[in-house]
Design a protein around this ligand. Structure first.
Ligand code: FEO
Length: 401
């Protein structure tokens, strides 16, 4: 980028967008791309905060070069060692032989695992509350283990009151020229991708995110600079509140997500009927997903958003239909809790999906079941409509509670 991207005073964004990558972590679809953010602070000593993914190396190096304007890098602060941010550390060590590396003890353990870097006289190992003065700026280091990896820390600049937040407060989606969230209609354009990023990448670690949020309360934060997505300088509480809800596994909204699997359309037909009945019972916020069609990460994100979930699955190999089983295992792995859930199963001769689904859900915290569960034998019959009506009423009551 032939342009210095100033954030404030002497602090610059030198990130880069990747619009070609199909799958983040080789799992999660990126229909709108992803940004890898990195930041430079020009002080008496220069500071680089995190590097970038190897895929954007060329752009990153150009941005870095253009921002340093011939100066060296004195300190590389490494908030996170995952390769989407750390891939270029070794190359920078070769380019800047005097550059110090600042990170946690675990950062340096991982660095030796990923690279062949002799960190001896470069390593500045920091722990909670340690500071680094670079002239006008003093950086404080705040440990944030498991947000999203164990070595993670965040860095607070006491001069500019910027929190460099690592993966926290990140968002999927490349930046479209607008660096700041207040230059984007965030709720319309990016909230869904922010939630999908949070739920799938950091969602498992709610307690650790809560611990970080508690530390953040004690800071006077004027700006949040995450490693992905836009920078926050206005309405910061809005996004912190979202993180608070998500990390407490509390729903953002009252509403129903229906996740179904269907081999020949009969289970699909049953959930379509249920959705219409729910609508006629005054439920307005209903979303239906076919787990064989919609990538799991979108459904997980919607489950983080909504208060109520209906799972509908055929029986398969005497158990749960495989894509549905994967979704429920992912819910458990990501610690989903505090949800109201109902189950519909289908089975032509020995229905067993509901039992399997409930067994996994029983291992999750604070799952309240909405009954009756419905068992379809091949297709929904007229004599089951009464049961479906009772379920509809009970789901409607649960949503309105
Ligand atoms: Fe964006 Fe956990 O790395």
């Amino acid at each position: 980028m032939k342009y210095k991207r100033k954030i404030t005073n002497d602090t610059y964004w030198i990130g880069a967008d990747d619009r070609r990558l199909n799958l983040f972590e080789n799992i999660f679809p990126l229909p709108y791309g992803v940004s890898y953010n990195s930041y430079v602070v020009i002080d008496e000593k220069t500071v680089l905060l995190d590097t970038a993914d190897v895929s954007v190396r060329e752009q990153f190096m150009e941005n870095l070069d253009g921002t340093l304007e011939g100066r060296t890098i004195d300190y590389l602060i490494i908030n996170h060692m995952e390769p989407d941010h750390a891939a270029l550390i070794e190359e920078l060590c070769e380019l800047y032989p005097e550059m110090k590396l600042v990170g946690t003890a675990m950062t340096f353990t991982m660095m030796k695992q990923f690279f062949e870097i002799e960190t001896g006289n470069r390593a500045v190992i920091v722990k909670e509350g340690d500071t680094l003065c670079t002239g006008k700026h003093t950086f404080s280091f705040i440990m944030a283990p498991m947000v999203h990896w164990p070595e993670v820390m965040v860095t607070y600049d006491n001069l500019t009151k910027i929190l460099f937040s690592a993966d926290a407060f990140g968002t999927f989606g490349a930046l479209n020229g607008n660096l700041f969230s207040d230059d984007i209609d965030f709720e319309k354009e990016l909230l869904n991708e922010a939630r999908r990023y949070y739920a799938n990448i950091v969602g498992k670690y709610g307690p650790q995110v809560q611990a970080l949020l508690k530390k953040a309360v004690g800071l006077d934060i004027e700006m949040i600079c995450p490693l992905h997505g836009p920078v926050w300088r206005k309405n910061i509480d809005y996004f912190i509140n979202k993180y608070d809800l998500w990390s407490k596994y509390e729903p953002e909204e009252k509403g129903v997500v229906i996740a179904y699997a269907s081999m020949y359309g009969h289970t699909a037909s049953a959930v379509e009927t249920l959705a219409v009945k729910l609508s006629e019972n005054g439920i307005s916020n209903i979303k239906i997903f076919d787990v064989s069609k919609t990538h799991m990460s979108y459904i997980i994100s919607e489950i983080f958003r909504a208060s109520t979930l209906v799972i509908a699955s055929p029986t398969y190999n005497m158990g749960i239909y495989p894509p549905m089983e994967a979704l429920i295992h992912d819910m458990k792995a990501l610690n989903v809790q505090n949800r109201k859930v109902s189950i519909i199963e289908n089975g032509s001769w020995a229905p067993a999906a509901a039992k399997g689904i409930k067994k996994i859900l029983d291992e999750m915290a604070n799952i309240d079941y909405i009954e009756p569960f419905i068992t379809i034998k091949s297709s929904l019959k007229d004599d089951q409509i009464q049961n479906l009506d009772i379920l509809t009423e009970n789901i409607a009551k649960a949503v309105k509670l």
